[in-house]
Design a protein around this ligand. Structure first.
Ligand code: UDP
Ligand code: MG
Length: 318
């Protein structure tokens, strides 16, 4: 039996983009199905992340026109990761494989052929990896690359240059649904699920229309979230640097006492100020990092729902 594929696409304020990219997704689905790689029952599932523009109207009319389109709507905007999770959790009971991709046409659809082939070869998770980032601005490219480096330095097992373009089988998603954390960093969490996996390489293009929803502040947020959700190494860095600073201070104390005894001491205002400023800086940063983790614990303990679906273009009970 051919596997049923669901292409899961989070959309936030994408009214300019969807009319262009939706037919491209459909064409890809039909090509895969005509090549008998996937079942004709396969679907495209849009997840409207509480858009403020006409995105949901577009999704509704697309699914009214063609049964290959379907959509769910989040009760409010909760961010890309949560929207994607909502789509994946919804799709896992309806299909055999999911492919998640952004709505904006930046990721090469042709990589899906290889992803599906890899699934037929027994892979449960296939990561789409950008091999060039020519279309991104210099700033986005270097900051993203620094981020991946930092992640691996902190011991987070993430796939270099992989965003959220990924094939995941329903079997792997069922295992993944046991990961109940509220702080989501999906691309760092999937490697923890295990199963046989591989990478597929493609070139990332420019956004077709509209503008990026990931300004620097959101990117920074995702980066901090990625590190503090998946690694406790920063806490260890605090301990180690604290010990080093304490050791240096100890030597300094001996030195100053000796100087005092030998009668060499001068008022020493500058050195005192420098030490106090340095130490309070180190302490504040450390308290800040501790605070990040306590904040995470606070959010996890509340265990609020990670997504709430308010509408569907289809009847769930059918
Ligand atoms: N997105 C979302 N909720 C948000 C922000 C973005 O569902 O709050 C979606 C957006 O519609 C797109 C994907 O996430 O399909 C990636 O966003 P974008 O293309 O703006 O990010 P970039 O490619 O610039 O990193
Ligand atoms: Mg994009």
């Amino acid at each position: 039996m051919l596997p049923v594929l669901y292409i899961v696409i989070p959309c936030y304020n994408e009214e300019e983009v969807l009319p262009v990219t939706a037919p491209q997704f459909l064409a890809k689905l039909q090509q895969l199905s005509s090549e008998e790689k996937i079942s004709p029952e396969s679907r495209i599932m849009f997840v409207d992340d509480g858009s403020k523009d006409r995105t949901w109207n577009i999704i509704s009319s697309l699914s009214a026109e063609d049964p290959h389109f379907s959509g769910i709507r989040q009760s409010r905007n909760r961010g890309h990761q949560n929207a994607l999770l909502a789509g994946l959790m919804e799709a896992k009971d309806l299909c055999d494989i999911t492919i998640s991709i952004d709505a904006d046409g930046q990721d090469d659809l042709d990589a899906m052929d290889e992803m599906v082939d890899a699934y037929h070869d027994g892979c449960q998770i296939v990561y789409g990896v950008r091999n060039k980032r020519k279309s991104d601005t210099f700033f986005k490219r270097t900051s993203a690359q620094a981020f991946y480096k930092l992640l691996s330095w902190f011991g987070v097992e993430s796939i270099y240059n992989h965003a959220d373009y990924r094939l995941v089988s329903a079997e792997a998603l069922n295992a993944f649904s046991q990961f109940e954390e509220v702080n989501l960093f999906l691309r760092g969490m999937f490697p923890l699920v295990g199963f046989k996996s591989t990478c597929v390489y493609y070139e990332r293009r420019e956004r077709i229309a509209g503008k990026s929803h990931y300004p620097f502040s959101k990117m920074l947020n995702l980066a901090i979230n990625g590190i503090t959700s998946l690694s406790v190494k920063p806490l260890r860095v605090i301990t180690v640097s604290g010990s080093i600073v304490a050791f240096i201070s100890f030597i300094f104390v001996i030195w100053s006492v000796l100087e005092g005894f030998l009668g060499l001491s001068v008022p020493g205002w500058a050195s005192m100020t420098a030490i106090i400023c340095f130490l309070s800086g180190v302490q504040l940063i450390s308290v800040g990092i501790l605070g990040e983790y306590i904040g995470k614990i606070y959010l996890e303990v509340k265990h609020r729902p990670r997504f709430i679906i308010s509408e569907r273009t289809y009847d769930m009970n059918k």
